[in-house]
Design a protein around this ligand. Structure first.
Ligand SMILES: *Cc1c(COP(=O)(O)O)cnc(C)c1O
Length: 362
């Protein structure tokens, strides 16, 4: 008996998600916050969680967390759905609106999860390359005309925009994205996982554009990557369809309460955000002062760096020093590495080792 004969062909061809699991001294590979939630806030989460029976299923609609999110986002609570991370929101949206016969248009390089879940849904991912910047003063921009040329008038499609884009770090032009939304026959997903660091958002436009769905997360600026909380903001018609697809009890008691408590302490998140933005400028300037590489400006908590030589030597050399940063897949990024913004101390160590490695290969 051969399991390969039983599994769906398109699933068999996927690569499993294998996170970098070693015990690193310095971990700058997953865009996590280097700052943890303070003990006082953790204690409050425990205390709230303890008031509830673990034996019972908890609220399948995350009612209280949605109320808090309505206040935070300015949307109505009926326009919000909560998921087990932003990843689950991407997955359910693609299951509900993708599927066999549908196309998912993805400007790439970007977050690889869109393509994976497009395939899992049975849809066809259509990757349209960003225009690679030639010089320091250029940014990665979508090929707007190329994207429009793929628009179908007859068959509903999905368009995914990562805003700001992971891993390139920049926002795309608002006007151009709006032009895409207006001409599109299907759902436009805006992934705002890094919203807090850059401050620009499409949430105010969800009432104007009924086909717009915005996805956000608690994993980055809210420092809760380990607890898996994400959400989608869109008009009620979209949200209702998503409810049909999501797992019945997708967000645990623990996660829902943690999300609610964190939204009481947005000043903690604001402080984290300010620190990260300061550290981001510090890292950008430090990288800029090193010869042979180009850091791209970033609106997230990470910086993409292009190496004119020694990309692999730097990556492997840092690993040898127990420092992990991210190597990315694909032709467009074959000379690039992505570095998460960490603590000053961790970034200084990383920069020092990077300089040593680059000097060694000159
Ligand atoms: C980190 C990230 C996510 C995943 O968020 P989770 O809530 O942890 O699942 C989604 N989109 C982008 C672009 C990300 O970088």
């Amino acid at each position: 008996m051969n399991i390969e004969d039983f599994v769906r062909k398109d699933i068999h061809n996927l690569e499993p998600y294998k996170p970098i699991t070693s015990n690193w001294d310095i971990k700058l590979d997953a865009n996590e916050s280097p700052y943890d939630v303070p003990d006082q806030i953790k204690e409050e989460i425990w205390a709230e969680v303890k008031k509830n029976m673990f034996a019972r299923y908890y609220d399948p609609t995350s009612e209280k967390l949605r109320e808090a999110l309505a206040a935070y986002t300015g949307a109505e609570k009926e326009q919000i759905i909560v998921g087990n991370g932003a990843d689950e929101m991407i997955s359910t949206l693609l299951l509900a609106f993708g599927g066999p016969g549908r196309e998912v248009i993805i400007p790439t390089p970007t977050f690889p999860v869109y393509k994976t879940f497009a395939v899992i849904s049975g849809a066809r991912p259509v990757e349209i390359p960003l225009k690679k910047p030639k010089g320091m003063d250029e940014i990665w921009e979508p090929d707007y005309e190329g994207i429009k040329a793929r628009f179908s008038k007859t068959d509903p499609q999905i368009l995914v925009i990562c805003y700001p884009n992971n891993p390139t770090g920049n926002y795309f032009s608002d006007d151009k994205v709006i032009e895409l939304i207006e001409g599109f026959n299907g759902i436009v997903v805006i992934d705002e996982a890094y919203y807090e660091f850059g401050g620009r958002s499409f949430v105010p436009l969800i009432n104007k554009y009924k086909n717009l769905a915005v996805i956000r997360t608690f994993s980055k600026a809210f420092c809760l990557a380990g607890l898996r909380i994400g959400y989608m903001v869109a008009n009620e018609d979209i949200i209702e369809e998503i409810y049909k697809v999501k797992l019945p009890y997708n967000v645990s008691l623990f996660s829902q309460i943690a999300g609610q408590v964190m939204l009481k302490y947005t000043h903690f998140m604001e402080e984290v955000k300010e620190n990260i933005i300061r550290n981001r400028e510090y890292l950008y300037n430090a990288l800029k002062s090193i010869g042979g590489l180009t850091p791209y400006p970033s609106e997230g908590n990470f910086i993409l760096v292009r190496f004119s030589k020694g990309r692999d030597e730097v990556y492997n050399g840092l690993r040898g020093k127990r420092i992990s940063i991210r190597k990315l897949e694909g032709e467009a990024l074959k000379d690039c590495l992505r570095i998460s913004v960490g603590s000053r101390e961790d970034m200084d160590r990383m920069i020092l080792e990077m300089k040593r490695i680059l000097e060694g290969i000159e």
